[in-house]
Design a protein around this ligand. Structure first.
Ligand SMILES: *Cc1c(COP(=O)(O)O)cnc(C)c1O
Ligand SMILES: [Zn+2]
Length: 551
């Protein structure tokens, strides 16, 4: 009988009981070894015990490769909330949009899962001094956990990492070494240093502990989604999409394995599709996939200000992810730094979530894939909000963020869109009536208006009340939903048209409904603008909203 967990070589299938974290396969010298577990047994234990376990990543202990619990280090990692992004979903016309809020880890990024497990394993191995290369967050997190473990860390960082992050690494007592060069060069320097000094080198994506730790993101998402969506055919729920901003690819590789294990245990009934989003200036995966390559073509000179994700050579992670996406669907996509910054503003203003630029990339990717129709609006989407921005990095705000003197000249207002429409109405609109039965949509419209100026806002939740309100208050503008109880939007419009005193009040229709040609004809000539909730993904419009809410 096989003993579990077992180590298994991905290349030649060699396997042995997991008693030592081998770096290379004794049979074929391959450097990618995986751990397999006794899944039926784990499923039984989880069914019995999971409800009683605390919300940290260690609740999935049986599928984590630490041999003895006495070596476990914890700062409260994992167990981050899955937030329902209702305002954003409303704006984008999506039905199920969720944010895995990894900012809420102990050092503010999802690297805390990796550090908690990897440093625990180092402790178990008796390591007292270790070397790593990082684009920032791994170093911060490893520094914190190694402080707990009493392990000395040499953190090699590219000189492009923001000074704030470097200081954060240093405060935990790690040795910070700044390398003038790219991240890939920094990795080489770190490896050389470890070799010369005979020190333990963190192996990044090739580290078993690092990959296994990321499975817990998948476990939590599936458990939390079931909480939102109710039980399906299986106890837990997989989303249709998992979106992450990707650098070395450790996250999606680990998350994919996590979902695979859940599927094997019968806890979910399908695999999600992966969307790996990269910064345009450093997108080796995106370009290699577009060329149909098996192996990634490295980017030698990354051109992005978002250093967290500036891995030029993703190595085996790309090969793995490209195969997954080829077989199961999914996407590699690139976005510009500016797209990411814009997404950050939108998320901060709409959802109260402030994130670092690397995480903004994932949201910019969401907007892009939605507008391309790659992701459908009725699909359940989870975006990993992978890291927090504290303190706010300077370039995010620009030089003069505190002395805004002159408003920049605006582009002509777009045809569609609430802000564009308001713009074209001029400055004297001050009293706005919102007729909308969905409280969430009302709240979003109110929020956009309030953020933009001192509007006086009146609200009604059906057509009949709306008409009473309009007769009483005589607003300067009406925002009208089409599908409402009692009297619908078309009915309201007809009444407005038939009454002389009300005829002249401009109306903007805001609707999620796909209009038929006949319905469009009924509206035409009677309304100021038609705002389809779905078209908000339009890049131009997102920027307008971002800017407007900023004011
Ligand atoms: C590391 C990191 C990423 C990229 O993750 P990978 O899975 O390693 O590609 C994205 N966002 C943040 C905040 C990170 O720290
Ligand atoms: Zn092998």
């Amino acid at each position: 009988m096989d003993t579990y967990p077992r180590l298994q070589c991905v290349r030649c299938n060699y396997s042995e009981p997991f008693t030592r974290p081998l770096e290379r396969c004794p049979q074929c010298d391959g450097d990618w070894l995986d751990v397999v577990y006794d899944y039926p047994r784990v499923a039984r234990i989880w069914q019995r015990e999971l409800p009683r376990r605390p919300q940290t990543m260690w609740r999935y202990r049986e599928l984590l490769p630490l041999r003895d619990d006495v070596h476990r280090l914890s700062l409260g990692e994992g167990g981050t909330p899955l937030l329902r992004a209702s305002n954003l979903a409303m704006m984008l016309g999506c039905s199920g949009l969720y944010i895995k809020d990894e900012r809420q880890g102990p050092t503010g990024s999802f690297k805390d899962r990796q550090a908690a497990l990897a440093i625990s394993v180092m402790k178990e191995l008796g390591v007292t001094e270790a070397v790593l290369a990082s684009t920032g967050n791994v170093a911060i997190s490893y520094a914190a956990y190694s402080a707990l473990a009493g392990i000395k860390i040499w953190a090699f960082l590219t000189s492009l990492v923001p000074a704030e992050k470097m200081r954060e690494v240093a405060i935990y007592g790690a040795k910070v070494v700044k390398v003038t060069g790219t991240y890939d060069q920094t990795k080489q320097v770190a490896a050389e240093f470890a070799k010369r000094r005979g020190l333990y080198l963190d192996r990044g994506i090739r580290s078993i502990a690092a990959r296994e730790s990321m499975k817990t993101v998948a476990f939590e998402i599936a458990e939390q989604l079931a909480g939102y969506l109710g039980p399906g055919a299986t106890p837990w729920r997989a989303p249709d999409w998992y979106i992450q901003s990707v650098s070395g690819g450790l996250g999606p590789v680990g998350v994919w394995k996590g979902f695979e294990e859940l599927l094997r245990m019968g806890l979910i009934d399908h695999m999600p599709r992966l969307a790996c989003i990269q910064a345009e200036g450093c997108a080796p995966m995106v370009h290699s996939f577009a060329k149909g390559l098996e192996k990634a073509e490295p980017v030698l000179h990354p051109r992005t200000r978002i250093i967290t994700v500036a891995t030029g050579d993703p190595g085996p992670a790309y090969t793995f992810l490209a195969r997954v996406i080829r077989q199961h669907g999914g996407a590699f996509e690139a976005v510009s730094d500016e797209d990411a910054f814009r997404a950050i503003h939108v998320l901060a203003k709409l959802e109260g979530i402030s994130m670092e630029p690397a995480a903004g990339i994932a949201f910019a990717g969401l907007f892009k894939l939605l507008s391309q129709g790659v992701i459908r609006r009725d699909e359940v989407v989870v975006v990993n909000c992978s890291g927090h921005t504290f303190p706010v990095e300077k370039h995010l705000l620009g030089e003069d963020w505190v002395q805004t003197v002159e408003a920049p000249a605006r582009a002509p207002a777009p045809e569609e869109g609430l802000l564009g429409s308001l713009e074209s109405l001029g400055r004297d609109v001050r009293r706005v009536a919102i007729l909308e039965d969905d409280p969430g949509a009302r709240r979003l419209l109110r929020r956009i208006l309030q953020a933009r100026g001192p509007y006086q806002i009146f609200e009604a939740e059906n057509g009949r009340e709306g008409l009473e309100l309009i007769r009483r208050e005589r607003p300067d503008l009406i925002l009208l939903d089409l599908m409402m109880p009692e009297i619908d939007g078309f009915g309201v419009l007809e009444v407005l048209q038939s009454e002389e005193e009300l005829q002249e009040i401009p109306v903007i229709v805001v609707t999620a409904k796909e209009l038929t040609a006949d319905e469009r004809a009924r509206l035409s000539g009677h309304i100021q603008a038609l705002l389809q909730k779905g078209v908000f993904t339009d890049d131009e419009l997102l920027r307008e909203i971002g800017e407007a809410i900023e004011e």
